[in-house]
Write a protein that binds this ligand. Structure first.
Ligand SMILES: [Zn+2]
Ligand SMILES: [Zn+2]
Length: 230
């Protein structure tokens, strides 16, 4: 391929700057960030890495989840957390397809989603929409729908009220703050819903989303996140 043509369609790996074809990580960076530290498997339900000696997840045993499963592409830790910050802080919309590709690969590795699954992004709060002019979860979900050839239902979750910035709150305060946060639309009735978000930290936001979707008649809820806080 001619140098000039290559320079027009080629992109740089967002983590190491190596030349790659299309909006994606280079093979080396992708392998580095998707490998689990010390090979420890994730909890299938909440995607936390299981403690070295445990076969079940203490967090899920202590607090039953409304969702059946969580897929997470990588840990929210250096160097991969930079990918999330490029989208959420530097507003690089080209990271939407990059993150969606990583997440789609994780879903396929884990056996995929039901054929009739409906992708639903977690809606952004008003303040965050004003700040960014876009919803990072919505950007990932849009590209993910194309990757997985599944329908996207943007309006299927509605935010009932605004929440204070969650980063300043502890786990318990987040859980209380997320209760009754969302309502599900009638279109989810009988559907297997896959909720898409950028980062899962305590899981209180996706738990609130799952409760709202089940209340609206969803058959099941699965969580898809680009990054999981370890
Ligand atoms: Zn790279
Ligand atoms: Zn768990």
């Amino acid at each position: 391929m001619g140098r000039r043509l290559w320079s027009r369609i080629g992109c740089d790996c967002p983590l190491c700057g190596a030349r790659v074809a299309g909006a994606r990580l280079c093979g080396g960076c992708e392998a580095d960030i998707t490998a689990l530290p010390r090979g420890r498997p994730r909890c299938p339900c909440c995607a936390l890495r299981l403690p070295a000696t445990a076969s079940t997840c203490p967090a899920c045993l202590g607090a039953p989840r409304a969702y059946v499963r969580t897929f997470a592409a990588f840990e929210y830790a250096p160097p991969a957390d930079a990918l999330i910050q490029m989208l959420k802080i530097r507003l690089r919309l080209s990271m939407g397809p990059v993150l969606a590709r990583l997440l789609a690969a994780e879903v396929r590795r884990g056996g995929g989603l039901p054929a009739d699954a409906l992708l639903v992004p977690v809606p952004a709060g008003r303040a965050s929409l004003r700040l960014r002019g876009m919803n990072p979860a919505g950007e990932i979900a849009r590209s993910l729908a194309a990757e997985l050839a599944l329908p996207l239902a943007r309006g299927a979750l509605r935010r009932l009220r605004e929440t204070p910035r969650q980063t300043s709150l502890g786990r318990r305060a987040r859980q209380i703050g997320a209760m009754g946060l969302f309502a599900g639309a009638p279109q989810v009735r009988g559907r297997h819903v896959a909720v898409v978000d950028d980062v899962m930290t305590t899981g209180s936001t996706v738990q609130a989303a799952a409760i709202a979707l089940l209340a609206a008649g969803a058959a099941s809820v699965t969580i898809l996140v680009a990054a999981r806080t370890p």
